[in-house]
Design a protein around this ligand. Structure first.
Ligand code: FNR
Length: 457
């Protein structure tokens, strides 16, 4: 199952069902799903969704935790984030009837993983690694794999890989960077090659997106390093047809296919936009990705890609109660009738565009000032270390459809979404400068030629 394979790497948010399907359609042999925290899956409610033809796992509050379907059953690998063997086993027992293999994430360097003693935190705890993997191998009827990053010391890395092999796992994926190396730094292919030589189980190379443009590059990498497979994340995100034997397809064709899967499997707007803004070349013909960022309903995005008819046909052919049943990929309870949900993507890219300018929250407060509003109150709620922004104003509460990774992002998001919803002009004011211009071209401008802090457009 893991020999001579081109594989989609797990990616949180991006790697949901439609993205996996589009990569599989365009030549990936296997698709690793986005990491799901084991405990979360254990608490989820399994639901067979006949309307969509999917198997869903829903959080107790109705949020979608994991969705899969028969089309990918033999090719999808479920990746879990865990910190103990007992939870790992429970998770595996729940999910194994629906997937082709199970993977343990031992590479995530993000603080929420490390704090939870998951991901890369496991790399320096060989006994725990052994306990988790051995327990999984003992109970699983499908292959178990694990994905690691390398350690700073080569001998330690090799010893860890041998220990992992001794647990009976079916394959090992090695990301050729340490938990402290940034994703722009080079991937260490040499150590991966050494690991391959040392182990008998299949070794999959990961971390090569900066050096891969097509299937030929992946095959070359396999023969140069001797590995059994190449697993791609960012290159697949840029163009999911990167796996295609005949070479990648034009991005417009790929995005249309991806969108069709999104419509079919009801992907929420924030995931959809988050994913497509990174498709390389997608906005070449259009000015930039801002038109998309401003859309606040899925329909607007479907229209942008000329897929209204596809959507309408599909909607018409579905049982009435199936259309929006499990659409809430949200961490906030939206059932409160006083809450107005603002669906608006607030990405790091958009935040970046305000880098030298006044950020939305401040801008909106200025607007409230000018318009005599003084009842506004921004707040943030926390759930599982993710954050949702609220804006209470004149008895109405607006919430964003995040969640966001920190309080600042959540606050800015709700301000940005509110401005878009109410057509409040977004201007790019320079910080501590009140001479400003409209954003006709989304450029930061200042009208005051003499302003020493003028932001260059
Ligand atoms: C990741 N990565 C990742 N890894 C993992 O084991 N589980 C996960 O859920 C995620 N999530 C995730 C999200 C996003 C947006 C990115 C870009 C990456 C890491 C990823 O799978 C891979 O190991 C690295 O990106 C290196 O591979 P590439 O990008 O060089 O092919």
């Amino acid at each position: 199952m893991f020999t001579n394979k081109l594989i989609l790497s797990p990616m949180v948010r991006v790697g949901c069902l439609p993205f996996r399907l589009v990569c599989l359609k365009y030549g990936a042999d296997l698709a690793y799903a986005e990491e799901v925290i084991g405990q979360r899956l254990c608490e989820a409610i399994p639901v067979k969704n006949d309307g969509l033809g999917t198997m869903d796992f829903l959080d107790p509050d109705g949020c979608l935790c994991f969705r899969t379907c028969d089309e990918e059953k033999d090719k999808v690998v479920f990746q879990m984030g865990v910190s103990d063997a007992e939870t790992a086993v429970k998770t595996a027992q729940i999910i194994q009837p629906y997937v082709a293999a199970i993977d343990v994430n031992m590479g995530c360097p993000k603080s929420y993983s490390i704090k939870g003693n998951m991901g890369a935190a496991l790399l320096t705890q060989p006994e725990l690694v052994k306990d988790i993997l051995t327990s999984l191998v003992n109970v699983c009827t499908i292959p178990v794999t694990c994905k690691i990053r390398i350690l700073q010391d080569e001998a330690d890395t090799l010893a860890l890989c041998q220990l992992i092999e001794s647990t009976g796992v079916s394959a090992l994926t090695v990301h050729g960077r340490t938990r402290y190396t940034t994703s722009r730094q080079p991937c260490d292919y040499e150590i991966i090659s050494k690991i391959k030589k040392l182990l008998k189980i299949p070794v999959i190379l990961n971390g090569a997106s900066l050096d891969v443009k097509n299937e030929v590059d992946m095959r070359r990498m396999m023969s140069e390093t001797g590995v059994d497979g190449v697993m791609l994340a960012r290159a697949a995100w840029s163009n999911p047809s990167v796996f295609r034997k005949e070479g990648p397809l034009p991005i417009k064709e790929v995005v249309t296919q991806y969108m069709k899967y999104c419509i079919t499997y009801e992907v929420p707007l924030h995931i959809l936009k988050y994913t497509i803004v990174k498709f390389k070349g997608i906005f070449k013909d259009d000015d930039n990705h801002f038109p998309i960022s401003r859309y606040i309903t899925c329909n607007e995005v479907y229209k942008f890609f000329g897929l209204e008819e596809f959507y309408e046909n599909l909607k018409g052919s579905r049982p009435e109660n199936a259309q929006t049943t499990y659409q809430k990929n949200k961490r906030v309870k939206l059932s409160d009738p006083t809450h107005v949900v603002l669906t608006c993507e607030w990405t790091p890219e958009i935040l970046q565009s305000f880098r030298q300018a006044v950020a939305p929250l401040q801008m909106l407060n200025q607007w409230f000032d000018v318009n005599g509003v003084c009842t506004q109150k921004f707040s943030v709620s926390e759930h599982n270390r993710t954050f949702t922004g609220f804006l209470k104003i004149d008895g109405e509460t607006f919430v964003t459809d995040g969640p966001f990774k920190n309080k600042k992002m959540a606050r800015q998001a709700v301000a940005y979404a509110y401005m878009i919803k109410h057509n409040i002009e977004i201007r790019y004011y320079k910080r501590s400068c009140n001479s400003l211009v409209k954003d006709a071209n989304q450029k930061i401008k200042c009208t005051d030629e003499n302003c020493p802090k003028r932001v260059k457009s």
